[in-house]
Design a protein around this ligand. Structure first.
Ligand code: KIV
Ligand code: ZN
Length: 507
C-alpha cells in the first residue's frame, strides 16, 4: 500500500536560524498561513523559550492557523517544556518537540553529561511533555554520529515515556545516503516498540555536504515516514533538506518510492517566493524546482526537443508547482477588478485595504513598464502588504552622478507627516543615498550585505535590492524594488531601518 510521508516544516524554526533570515512575528504568521495552504502536516513555528518574540509568534500561529499541527522546539529542561506548552496549547493540534544530544562529542563537550544522565533526562522530560501535550516528538540530536546501541536505548526509552514521533537528525550533515538509510533500518529493527506502537520515524538532515535531500529520500526508502525540511532549504549553516525537492522527488518518482505526501504542490512556487521575499534569502537561479532556470530551456537542441514533446527534457510540469504565466496580461489600462482577479489566481486573497495599496503601486509600475508580470506582482504584494509600520517613507530621491561628477543624492523622507530633506555625497550614487538616509533617520547600523537582481527580463525590468544591516548582533533585512535601481536601493535600506526601529522600540 502506498505510504503517506508526513511533511514537518521547520522553516520558521531551523530555517529562521540561518544567518540573516530573522523574521518578525507578523511575517512568521504570513508564512505559516501559506504553509497551511501548502498543506504541510506540521509547522514547527519556533523555539518558545528562545525569546518573547518567538513565544508570541508560536502562540499567535497556534491561535490562528488551522490544519497543520503547531509545534515548538524545547530542550530537555522543565522550563523549556512548560514554555513550549504555554505557546502551542492554543492549537487544536499542539505538539512539543523535545531534543537532547546523544553523540559522544555532544554529550561530553557540549552537555557535560554522561550517557546515563542523558537517558534519564530524555525519558523524564518526554514524560513531562506527554503529560501535557497529546503529540510529543523526541530528537536525539546528532544521531548521525551517535553510537548505535545507545541510540536504540534512548529511542526505546522515550517511546516508553510517551513520544509518538522519534526524529533521527543528522545534525551536522555528515552521513551519506547509504549510511543514513542503514541507520534508519537499524533503528526500526532494533526498537520493537516502533512497529508495535506505530511510532512515526522522522528524519531531519542538514546539508553540509549537499546531501540533505538525498539522505532524506534514502531514509524514506528505508522506512521513515516523516521528513523535516524547510522552504528553499534554508537553515543553519548550509541549510536543511529543501521541502520542494523532497516533495517533488517523491511525487515525480512515485513508483520508485511507492509513497505520497499531502502537499498541494501547486502552492510550492508561491511559498518559495514568499519565504524568499520575507527572509531576504534569494533563491539561486539554478536551484532545483523553484530556481528561475529550473524550467528554462536555453540550448537550441533542447528547445527543439521541447517543441516536439515537452517530456524530452522536462520531468515535471511547471504547472505542478504552481508556476503559471496566465493569460491575463496586466498593463496600465487594467483596473482594480483585473488586478484582484489576477492576484486571486496567484493565491493572494487581499482585503480591501491591501488591494488598494497594491493597486496604487501597480499603477506606478504599469506607468513605467508595458506589461506587469507575475513576478512584479509578487514584489508589489511583498512590499505593500507584508510590511511593518513604517516610521519613514521615501518622498523623493534625486541623483547627480556620472563619470565627471562626485555622486550626490538629494533625499526627501516623510517622517510623522513632515518632509525632511538631506543632500549627501558618496563614493557612488547608492552610497550617497545611504549617507543621506543615515543622516535623516539618525540610525547608524552596519551594512553587512547588499544584493541586486533584475526580476524580469528587459531593460525596463524591476530591479530588486535586498540589504541586511546589523545592529547589536541582530540582522534586519530590507527589500526594495523599482524600475530605477537607485530608488530600489534606497527603499531597501529604508525598509531595513524601519524594521530596526520597529523591533527596537518594542512595538
Ligand atoms: O539539527 C538538529 O539536530 C536539530 C534538532 C533540534 C532536531 O535542529
Ligand atoms: Zn536542524
Amino acid at each position: 500500500m502506498t505510504r503517506t510521508i508526513k511533511i514537518f516544516d521547520t522553516t520558521l524554526r531551523d530555517g529562521e536560524q540561518c544567518p540573516g533570515a530573522s523574521l518578525n512575528p507578523e511575517e512568521k504568521l504570513e508564512i505559516a498561513r501559506q504553509l497551511a495552504k501548502l498543506n504541510v502536516d506540521v509547522i514547527e513555528a519556533g523555539f518558545a523559550i528562545a525569546s518573547q518574540g518567538d513565544f508570541e509568534a508560536i502562540k499567535t500561529i497556534a491561535q490562528q492557523i488551522k490544519g497543520p499541527a503547531i509545534c515548538s522546539l524545547a530542550r530537555c529542561k522543565k522550563e523549556d517544556i512548560m514554555r513550549a506548552w504555554d505557546a502551542v496549547s492554543y492549537s487544536d493540534k499542539p505538539m512539543i518537540h523535545a531534543f537532547l544530544a546523544t553523540s559522544p562529542v555532544h554529550m561530553a563537550k557540549k552537555l557535560k553529561m554522561t550517557p546515563a544522565q542523558v537517558l534519564k533526562a530524555a525519558q523524564e522530560m518526554v514524560a513531562l511533555a506527554a503529560s501535557l501535550c497529546p503529540f510529543v516528538e523526541f530528537s536525539p540530536e546528532d544521531a548521525g554520529r551517535s553510537e548505535h546501541k545507545f541510540l536504540y536505548k534512548v529511542v526505546a526509552a522515550v517511546i516508553e515515556a510517551g513520544a509518538k514521533t522519534v526524529n533521527i537528525p543528522d545534525t551536522v550533515g555528515y552521513t551519506t545516503p547509504w549510511e543514513f538509510a542503514q541507520l534508519i533500518e537499524n533503528v526500526i529493527q532494533n526498537v520493537p516498540a516502533i512497529k508495535k506502537k506505530n511510532i512515526i520515524i522522522s528524519v531531519h538532515v542538514h546539508n553540509d555536504l549537499g546531501l540533505a535531500v538525498a539522505n532524506s529520500l534514502a531514509a524514506v526508502k528505508a522506512g521513515a515516514n516523516q521528513v523535516e525540511c524547510t522552504i528553499n532549504g534554508i537553515g543553519e549553516r548550509a541549510g536543511n533538506a529543501s521541502l520542494e525537492e523532497v516533495v517533488m522527488g517523491i511525487n515525480t518518482r512515485k513508483s520508485f518510492f511507492d509513497c505520497k505526501t499531502n502537499i498541494k504542490t501547486k502552492e510550492i512556487y508561491k511559498t518559495s517566493r514568499l519565504v524568499s521575499n520575507l527572509t531576504g534569502m534569494m533563491v539561486q537561479p539554478n536551484k532545483a524546482i523553484v530556481g528561475a532556470n529550473a524550467f528554462a530551456h536555453e540550448a537550441g537542441i533542447h528547445q527543439h526537443g521541447m517543441l516536439q514533446d515537452r517530456t524530452t527534457y522536462e520531468i515535471m510540469k511547471p504547472e505542478d508547482i504552481g508556476l503559471t504565466e496566465s493569460k491575463i496580461v496586466l498593463g496600465k489600462h487594467s483596473g482594480r477588478f483585473a488586478l484582484q482577479k489576477k492576484l486571486k489566481e496567484m493565491g493572494y486573497a487581499l482585503d480591501k485595504e491591501g488591494l488598494e495599496k497594491a493597486y496604487q503601486r501597480f499603477l506606478t509600475i504599469a506607468d513605467k513598464k508595458k506589461d506587469v508580470s507575475e513576478r512584479d506582482l509578487e514584489i508589489i504584494v511583498a512590499e505593500e502588504v507584508y510590511v511593518v509600520p513604517e516610521d519613514y517613507t521615501i518622498e523623493s530621491i534625486e541623483i547627480n552622478s556620472g563619470t565627471k561628477t562626485i555622486p550626490e543624492a538629494t533625499v526627501t523622507l516623510l517622517y510623522q507627516g513632515k518632509a525632511i530633506k538631506k543632500v549627501a555625497n558618496g563614493a557612488g550614487p547608492v552610497d550617497a543615498v545611504y549617507k543621506a538616509i543615515e543622516q535623516l533617520t539618525k540610525v547608524k547600523a552596519a551594512l553587512v550585505d547588499y544584493s541586486i537582481q533584475a526580476i524580469t527580463g528587459g531593460t525596463d525590468a524591476l530591479g530588486e535590492v535586498i540589504v541586511r544591516i546589523k545592529d547589536k548582533d541582530k540582522i534586519y533585512v530590507g527589500h526594495g524594488a523599482d524600475t530605477d535601481v537607485i530608488v530600489a536601493s534606497g527603499k531597501a535600506y529604508l525598509a531595513a531601518i524601519n524594521r530596526l526601529l520597529y523591533a527596537t522600540t518594542q512595538r
